[in-house]
Write a protein that binds this ligand. Sequence first.
Ligand code: DAH
Length: 451
Amino acid sequence: MKIPSRIFSFPRFLKILQSLHLPTRPAGGNVKQVRSKTSDPAAHARHTDAVELFGKFYPCDDHTNVTPKILSKVGKSLQNQRNHPLWLLKERIKDHFYTSYLSRHRNPLFSVYDNLSPVVTTEQNFDSLLIPPDHASRRKGDNFYLNQSHMLRAHTSAHQRDLIRAGLNAFLVFGDVYRRDEIDKSHYPVFHQLEGVRLFTKYELFANVQHGEELHLFEKGYRTSCKQESHTLEAVKLLEFDLKQTLNKVVTHLFGKGLDTRWVECYFPFTHPSFEMEIKFQGEWLEVLGCGIMEQQLVNSAGAQDRVGYAFGLGLERLAMILYGIPDIRLFWSEDERFYRQFQVTHIDQKVTFQPFSKYPPLVNDISFWIPHEGYEENDFYDLVRNIGGDLVEKVALIDRFSHPKTGKMSHCYRITYRHTERTLTQEEVNATHRDIERSSVEKLGVEGRF
Ligand code: DAH
């Protein structure tokens, strides 16, 4: 995970959690919120003691901030639903890796996992990747925690260490990941990633280099902007070349030649050096993947100290939106047959260009309030809107901040765009939801309404 740009302030998650007056929607029969049987039902009518997921109980504590809405998505595994665009993309990527990368025995080199549980420990999600205990990416404001020790994975990198430890040297993991985020047509709190890892022994890495037998993977050197302390420059440069070539090839396989791409240097705590690939789409540079040379400490901790390697993470929705021309990320969750019928191909390489069905008109309502001096997080408001408005909400944008010159109080104004993907909304329906959002914001976030 990259370092998020917003700064953490202590949010009041339990209050918010208790504010979610929504009934739980059982998804795939896997999730359930468990009500306390022993506590006074009147006093604790909305108190939840534990979250049940895939048959396991996770006792709630001050970290718990999963919402019924989010839990309803767990177990849907869109990447495994036949003919879903994310499944189609997964199949095309698998096909590419299976045919392009073979072991000495002509078996596929990469093992593929697409069904690992999205419930991971915080140790797997962060510590296993050397993310420091006080790192900004652990903020409750950005992640969905079941409790202090367990969470919905924020990235598929959470599995890197364990799969290497299990003895794998090349693997791909497809899976759903969860992040608290703003709301717009390309951000949704659940999305899908592909993780890839490849490790090399000295013999594999230098196999095609003249006098390669004289080269080494490791040295007692120093860390520079382009290499880690223990790596030789030759090893790093070959890895970097192979990594970028591998990813350029996947993208070319998916999109054909002629796509405008660029590499940008960046920072991930578990790779050094690290890079992102951006694709130019409709005049904008969009980040579609992150990657880099794996920190040797991580590789060593997984018991592969005689190898070096690289890892990468691709955002599947971003790629699918560009590839199939899908204009809104919410459509991936649509059960409307006008959506999924378009992906019923007879062959995975068949070209699909999504034909948007008539877009129903949006309804736009603003909401303004004074925010409390402390403890207000924008993401709390976004979650609250998402919980009350569900998929009726297409976008929430902070359109104005105003600081009162005398009182010093800060006011925020958000514009909420309501639009259903499958029907026309009525003004009354939207008004009712909007009033609910106003009421809950006052009650749960402690804001002072300017409605
Ligand atoms: N996990 C990163 C993310 O959440 C993406 C990523 C994956 C970056 C693997 C890397 C990597 O450097 O090696 O965005």
